[in-house]
Write a protein that binds this ligand. Structure first.
Ligand code: NAD
Length: 439
């Protein structure tokens, strides 16, 4: 099938490459000229495992191409996906200006007698589909189209396998013709398809991300009780998670969730519920617990180091999760900036995210020294702080780490290391929801 994707970011680009991989012809559109030029030159603007090969292979096979022109994309496609940002506004509600602009632009190029399905893949509040449809109709009375909601559930860091083997595909549609086209489009993925009305599909996405955030905050609240009582949250999570009704995923205690989705989607769902007159206080508590995690962690660091001013502190990890270069709303970045404002001398290392953290001015390179290796970061450090659980850190020789540090204190914000091993190696080791160990 011929399809186009408007917005070639984490969702649009990876979806486009995966649709091409299963044999469709895909045009990825973006209004960022620099991004399109990079893609046309074979350079991939984001890091996502497996993406580069996938893009190159499908460009070479002439199934994938990139353009700045919505008209070019829409003209050549039966199905038009919208995958543009839906950022939060100050009050937590969703800024839908990108969606509205794209709806108007699509209306401007839709042709009479050329049926199109306009699919919203961005995460949007319930009832956005109705607005998209009304907007297109307002700007183009002759257009022949249906609007479909098809929320995306990929996880950054494993977006390619998530898209190639999704748990489910949700199609929110009010038209049999559009539903049939969507089913044909997704047929090669051999995944369960759930067809719903448009409002339900839109709601599924916010409800799912909010539930996952709730699971994280739940275990973080349990972690506080573990710390106060001397229990070990990892063991508790194992014990809870072995219950099939609960499951072990998303029961990892740490310094809280971040990134470009969970914080904004929880805020959005709270705002949507409030606007509909059905306030969702439980989610406000989820946010409160999440914000509290970083405070608890920083308190541990302050407690142990006493005064942070002029302390040399190494931070491992800057991205919001491993296997991505995405530093948007990363708790690790907040942590680094709070250490800097306390006067600490921070050296930071991240396998993929440091460049964007500096380019996007999220950290100030005049105040944070970025290193090229985890071992370089810990040279002379009075504390090592682990903020993102990259696998690379598990493979670092911890004996060498200890030898390079000035004082062997480790604060593990993601419970990546084994406390007993750390004790044996001679570290004083702090983690989340587990007893502190000393040599
Ligand atoms: P992104 O910022 O990585 O990409 C969005 C792209 O849209 C950018 O390249 C931008 O230049 C482009 N764009 C903006 N306005 C445009 C316009 N008028 N015409 C053409 N292109 C335009 O964002 P993302 O992370 O891919 O997220 C997109 C949507 O998908 C959001 O609603 C997000 O909540 C949702 N989502 C994201 C993820 C994720 O893990 N990143 C997962 C599921 C859903």
């Amino acid at each position: 099938m011929e399809l186009c994707i408007i917005g070639s970011g984490y969702v649009g680009l990876v979806s486009g490459a995966c649709f091409a991989e299963v044999g469709h012809h895909v045009v990825c559109v973006d209004n960022d000229k620099r991004k399109v030029e990079m893609l046309q030159a074979g350079k991939i603007p984001i890091y996502e495992p497996g993406l580069e090969d996938l893009v190159h292979r499908n460009v070479a096979a002439k199934r994938l191409r990139f353009t700045n022109s919505i008209e070019d994309g829409v003209d050549h496609s039966q199905v038009i996906f919208i995958a543009v940002p839906t950022p939060p506004q100050v009050d937590g509600s969703v800024d839908l200006t990108y969606i509205e602009q794209v709806a108007r632009e699509i209306a401007g190029v839709l042709k009479k007698d050329a049926y199109r399905v306009v699919v919203d893949k961005s995460t949007v509040p319930v009832k956005t589909g109705e607005k998209v449809e009304a907007t297109i109709k307002r700007y183009n009375r002759d257009a022949d189209f249906d609007v479909v909601s098809n929320p995306e559930f990929l996880r950054e860091g494993c977006a390619v396998p998530d898209l190639m083997n999704p748990d489910r595909i949700v199609i929110g549609s009010a038209s049999n013709k559009a539903t049939d086209l969507m089913k044909r489009l997704y047929e090669p993925f051999k995944a369960p398809i759930l067809v719903t009305d448009i409002n339900s599909a839109e709601l599924i996405k916010h409800a799912a991300n909010s539930f996952l955030s709730l699971k994280i905050s739940y275990i973080n609240a349990v972690a506080s009780i573990c710390e106060a009582s001397g229990a070990d949250v990892e063991m508790v999570a194992d014990g809870i998670g072995m219950d099939k009704r609960i499951g072990r995923n998303f029961l990892n205690s740490g310094i809280g969730y971040g990134g470009s989705c969970f914080p904004k989607d929880v805020k959005a769902f709270i705002s949507i519920a409030r606007q509909l007159g059905t306030p969702f206080a439980l989610l406000e508590e989820v946010e409160r617990i999440n914000a509290h995690q970083l405070n608890r962690f920083i308190d541990k660091i302050r407690d142990a180091l006493w005064v942070l001013k002029d302390k040399k502190v190494a931070v491992w990890g800057m991205t919001f999760k491993p296997d991505t270069d995405d530093v948007r709303n990363s708790v690790a970045i907040d942590l680094i900036n709070r250490l800097v404002s306390d006067g600490a001398h921070v050296t930071a290392y991240d396998p993929k995210g440091a460049e964007k953290a500096v380019d996007w001015k999220l950290v100030d390179p005049a105040k944070v020294r970025i290193t090229k290796s985890p071992l370089e970061a810990v040279e002379g450090a009075e504390a090592l702080i682990l903020a993102t659980e990259w696998k690379e850190f598990v493979n670092v020789d911890l004996a060498q780490v200890k030898a390079k540090m000035h004082t062997p204190l480790v604060f593990d914000g993601r419970n990546l290391f084994n406390p007993e091993t750390m004790r044996e190696l001679g570290f004083t080791y702090f983690s989340m929801g587990r007893p502190t160990v000393k040599p």
